[in-house]
Write a protein that binds this ligand. Structure first.
Ligand code: SF4
Length: 225
């Protein structure tokens, strides 16, 4: 299957932006949660900026399948994957009842394990490349291709205008691998305690089920409006 001209144009645009970063001497990195729908961005970046570090936020609560998939993709795409994790040990991540914060205060758990570990990277690099898409939820729809971070750097969202259909066209056309939990009915795969199989087709419907929470903070707290 051939890539559509619309997808090809979008890839060229990413290439141009990355070249601009280089020309301007700006340092950049990507982050990824290593789900199947993360792969088009990672595949494009592996071809145009193989030196780019790709950070994986190791919360300690991922499915083992995700860690294996991360390693498989890193080897297959020859990515420079780097893990980043909270400096707060898990023994200090329990509430007064001795339960992990994800049971009683998931926002704080996400802060400790996702948002806070990213902050030093945002101070160190000029540009954070991440793969949010506008069609994933209302918060992401409100984002622009470029945003600022509270640390004074930039966020670049190369996939913002990619539709879900284009993501899957790219995956099919390039015959990219699939996260093993896709076949079990998972759609959006985050930490194991906060991910279920969605009963409807909503892409992020299986995250923090039954709670008003639908973002971990990376795309809310780390955007400076
Ligand atoms: S997704 Fe759940 S387990 Fe993962 S950091 Fe957030 S609250 Fe904690």
């Amino acid at each position: 299957m051939e890539l559509t001209s619309a997808i090809q144009q979008k890839i060229l645009r990413i290439k141009d932006h990355v070249q601009e970063f280089r020309n301007e001497g700006r340092t950049f990195f990507a982050s990824s949660s290593f789900q199947t729908h993360s792969l088009p961005m990672l595949h494009v970046l592996s071809r145009i900026a193989p030196e780019m570090p790709v950070y994986f936020i190791q919360t300690g609560f991922h499915f083992p399948e995700t860690l294996k998939f991360r390693d498989h993709i890193a080897a297959t795409f020859r990515l420079n994957v780097v893990n980043v994790e909270s400096h707060v040990p898990k023994v200090q991540q329990r509430d007064a009842k001795g339960k992990f914060f994800f049971t009683s205060d998931p926002d704080y758990c996400c802060f400790l394990n996702k948002t806070q570990p990213m902050q030093p990277l945002l101070e160190r690099f000029d540009v954070w490349v991440n793969g949010v898409r506008a069609d994933q939820n209302a918060n992401r729809k409100a984002l622009q291709e470029f945003e600022h971070t509270p640390q004074g750097g930039s966020r670049y969202h190369p996939m913002l205008d990619w539709s879900k259909q284009e993501i899957w066209q790219y995956i099919s056309a390039l015959e990219l691998p699939r996260h093993p939990l896709d076949a079990e009915g998972y759609v959006s795969i985050g930490c194991e305690p906060c991910t279920v199989k969605p009963s409807i087709g909503d892409e992020r419907g299986g995250r923090w089920l039954g709670q008003s929470k639908n973002e971990c903070g990376l795309h809310t707290e780390l955007v400076s409006k």
